[in-house]
Design a protein around this ligand. Structure first.
Ligand code: EUG
Length: 606
């Protein structure tokens, strides 16, 4: 990059929730502006650069085909609701994020981009867009908010696809039912928005949120995301969906399939998850079979809670920690989905730069991590377990006794309560997230490197020391080979753990981007050889991951393709999402695999 970057780091307020559906609640304005200033101070890339190439067209369409199609759509849903993506691309940051491309691009910024963004204002308009896509054979890619960070953001899998940005005009909280402890939301409702609404109504209810609060409640659930209260499995806590099918028809799942009297909704839609016959909600998660326009969720009743952490002395304690956790989790002693983090996370969640601790290339050494950790509130340690117990004080005290006893055999273990650490320590952030308060703390990771982007590698490991160690060893070896720091966060349940390795790279460094891709490709492959797979992955790894689930000569994929072809014969809905290609695209060189590290062109290989 040449010249002086046009950095716009003047302290400028980030959009508020009261001004913009995707904005930040006023209680977080100062955190947001600090985060923005800090992130931008670590940026050397220009805010935006002139486009190197003409705007992308949908595959197979000429410029004039596309312009005819756009004219057609503008007439049907309003000219202002169809925007061509021909302006300079801006990566922005979490709260001012793009809906045109992947802000954390691991390929060239202009590669994984849409041709246009469309803003439907109602379910009927979503149906219109779907019928339009069928007529013109244009791939559409629905997003709710577009903050699927580390997994592809707002980008369509097929360059030149049309992004269907549902959130901008469909962000109503359709219902909050205090008696049923449930709600129904549209795609553009963020955790921030739902939380504020429940607070404003004075209801004694909790939501469950992930680590960052700006995502879509609906979008996160259908991507099968995780949160940290007792209702941390988001998809498992949904109740009822409304879906626009790829042919434009409308479907309701669960008890929503029973029409209420006089055109009303069934009164049990948010009370019972099933209908009669096959339970089909699952096929609309991590798929491209329909566009979810409404979704119900169960809420929790607020309750007293106590967050805490344990520190463990040795890296080698890892399998013993896992063994100690398993019975606690299976018996329900652990009230939530706790996190186990390596101590290096203590460093990067302070928002400091890696260069504070390490000179030059390559990952931090163990000695450097140890030296830096010594200066932090929890001191020199190896693993940190962040948990929360729920219930009245006496009950929490008893539960904590059981948890402490379980870890007592591991030498050097220390127990910490929020009052034992300074106000700015991460444990206070866990207090909030583990009681359903959406925040922004985890953004601090991205100050580790200049222009930081990140990718998640997210295998499922058994909650069993031996297997967890095996996966951890593969991840450590891979990171070493490709020169990345290992940032493991494990979200732990009784029988499995979501092992989340966050690969942080400098978006200005093409070689780092290439190495990040090579690392992910290799880890997906290594894990698959041992019978392990990922729960979720970035767009560009979805083909590879989907095909690791290949038991029975790709029986699962063939089943998914059968459904896809039946529901979407023209292949217009998010082709390639989760590795599922409609027959119009299938076997024509779109699929990406282990060998696709240099992805100069995302599209049919010649
Ligand atoms: C995290 C957890 C995830 C995920 C991405 C990030 C946590 C980061 C359990 O799933 O997919 C602190």
């Amino acid at each position: 990059m040449s010249g002086k970057p046009d950095l716009d780091i003047a302290p400028q307020p980030t959009p508020l929730l009261s001004e913009r559906w995707s904005g930040v609640p006023s209680r977080l304005t100062s955190e947001a502006s600090t985060a923005r200033t800090r992130l931008y101070s670590n940026k050397t890339l220009p805010h935006s650069a002139p486009r190197q190439r003409p705007a992308r067209l949908p595959p197979g369409l000429s410029e004039s085909d596309f312009s005819t199609a756009v004219k057609d759509l503008r007439q049907s849903i309003g000219a202002e609701n169809v925007v061509i993506n021909d302006q300079p691309l801006k990566d922005g940051w979490y709260l001012e994020h793009p809906n045109t491309h992947d802000a954390f691009h691991v390929v060239e910024q202009e590669e994984l981009v849409c041709s246009a963004v469309v803003y439907p204002g109602s379910t009927e308009e979503v149906q219109k867009v779907v019928r339009w896509a069928n007529k013109h054979l244009i791939p559409i890619y629905p997003i709710s908010i577009g903050r699927n960070v580390g997994y592809g953001g707002a980008a369509p899998r097929v360059p030149g696809g049309v992004v269907l940005d549902l959130g901008k005009r469909m962000h109503s909280i359709l219902n909050v039912d205090g008696e049923n402890a449930s709600c129904m939301v549209e795609p553009g409702v963020t955790y921030f928005k739902l939380y504020e609404e429940i607070q404003n109504r004075g209801l004694p209810l909790w939501i469950d949120c992930p680590d960052l609060g700006g995502g879509s409640v609906l979008g996160n659930a259908i991507d099968r995301g995780v949160g940290y209260t007792p209702a941390g499995d988001h998809f498992a806590n949904h109740c009822g969906m409304e879906i626009v099918l790829p042919n434009g028809e409308l479907l309701r799942t669960g008890m929503g399939a029973i029409p209420g009297p006089d055109g009303t909704d069934s009164p049990v839609w948010q009370s019972f998850q099933n209908s009669f016959g096959p339970k089909i909600d699952g096929v609309f998660s991590q798929s491209n079979f329909g566009i979810v326009t409404k979704m119900g969720f169960w809420l929790l009743h607020e309750m007293p809670h106590r967050s805490y952490c344990f520190t463990f002395a040795q890296d080698e304690d890892f399998p013993r920690i896992v063994e100690a956790i398993r019975p606690l989790a299976q018996k329900g002693v652990l009230g939530n989905i706790p996190q186990l983090r390596h101590v290096v996370q203590e460093l990067n969640v302070t928002g400091r730069r890696k260069s504070t601790f390490h000179d030059g290339e390559g990952p931090m050494t163990r000695e450097e991590i140890r030296r830096a950790a010594k200066e932090l509130p929890l001191g020199d340690c190896s693993w940190v377990f962040y948990g929360t117990q729920y219930g009245d004080a006496q009950s929490v005290e008893r539960q904590l006794g059981v948890v402490k006893a379980a870890f007592s055999d591991i030498e050097g273990t220390k127990f910490w309560l929020p009052e034992d650490v300074p106000q700015d320590h991460y444990l206070h952030s866990r207090v909030q997230v583990n009681s359903g308060v959406p925040i922004l703390r985890e953004l601090d990771w991205l100050n580790w490197l200049p222009n930081a982007g990140h990718l998640f590698f997210s295998p499922i490991t058994p909650t069993r020391g031996k297997d967890a160690q095996k996966i951890h060893d593969m991840i450590v070896a891979g990171h070493k080979k490709y020169g990345f720091d290992v940032f493991p966060t494990l979200c732990i349940a009784g029988r499995e753990m979501h092992y989340i390795a966050n690969v942080i790279f400098d978006r200005a460094d093409a070689d780092q981007k290439r190495r990040a891709v090579a690392l992910l490709r290799e880890l997906v492959d290594d894990c698959a050889k041992e019978g392990f797979g990922e729960y979720r992955t970035h767009l560009l790894f979805q083909d590879q991951v989907a095909r690791t689930y290949g038991w029975g000569d790709q029986a699962l994929m063939r089943f998914n393709e059968t459904i896809k072809d039946a529901l979407d014969p023209n292949g217009i809905l998010a082709p390639g999402r989760c590795g599922i290609w409609p027959k119009r695209f299938r076997g024509r060189g779109w699929e990406l695999g282990l060998e696709d590290v240099d992805m100069k062109v995302i599209g049919p290989k010649l």
